[in-house]
Ligand binder design. Structure first.
Ligand code: DX5
Ligand code: ZN
Length: 215
């Protein structure tokens, strides 16, 4: 069954505790938390103090997606704030292998995210060291964008490689996931669906989560 990770970027920040309660009561598996620094991506979202407070609201997995430069400077702080999974961008890491080890040594599951232009082959040398590959299906920085179709081929290629190697690395797909394209994304080989607008702008977010979960 698919893992559903609603992105709180699309939630109502003025009612954040209600949104957390809603997710707790829903079939959502993970809380996807998007951190943007205004350098790696052209937008600024939220950071450590917000994640620290969200942590007190849930026992579900906190999946932190760092869209920041020099993520190694903050890995320990995100651990302290309560991250279970810490995902860094390959494009932001000059020493990716070292960064992955740092995240694991801190006691978190390491994830690596790839921008739409980055080939999945770039990850093959670290595939067995990481828990999650986050394939960006939009250019990171904003919620509510359109799914980029060539992502499907990247998911297929990566899934074949992971299965060939017998790894249990999970493929997470992030950006532009809708009720209409979710099944195709899962069929291509994704394990985890991140959905922001599709969940939080739905008439009933809980029902949307449950419908996605059933796919
Ligand atoms: C984009 C973020 C995504 C975003 C997805 O930079 O990494 O997690 O919140 O939002 P939707 O689902 O609205 O495309
Ligand atoms: Zn994200």
């Amino acid at each position: 069954m698919a893992i559903i990770a609603p992105s709180l970027l699309a939630s109502n920040f003025l009612r954040l505790s209600d949104e957390c309660v809603m997710l707790n009561e829903s079939e959502a598996d993970w809380f996807h938390l998007d951190v943007m620094d205004g350098r790696f991506v052209p937008n600024i979202s939220f950071g450590l103090p917000v994640i620290e407070q969200i942590r007190t609201m849930t026992s579900k997995v906190c999946d932190v997606h760092l869209m920041i430069e020099e993520p190694e400077r903050y890995a320990e702080a995100f651990k302290k704030a309560g991250a279970d999974i810490l995902t860094v961008h390959i494009e932001a890491c000059r020493h990716l292998h070292r960064n992955i080890q740092q995240i694991r040594n801190l006691g978190m599951e390491p994830g690596v995210a790839l921008n739409p232009h980055t080939p999945v082959e770039m990850l093959y040398n670290v595939l067995s060291d990481i828990s999650i590959v986050c394939i960006m299906s939009v250019n990171p920085g904003f919620g509510g964008q359109q799914f980029i179709p060539h992502t499907l081929q990247k998911i297929k290629t990566l899934r074949t490689k992971i299965d060939q190697l017998g790894l249990n690395t999970k493929i997470e797909v992030d950006g532009g996931i809708t009720w209409e394209n979710a099944a195709e994304i899962l069929n291509a080989g994704a394990h985890v669906l991140v959905a922001g607008s599709t969940v939080f702008k739905a008439k009933s977010p809980k029902k949307m989560i449950s419908d996605l979960k059933k796919l």
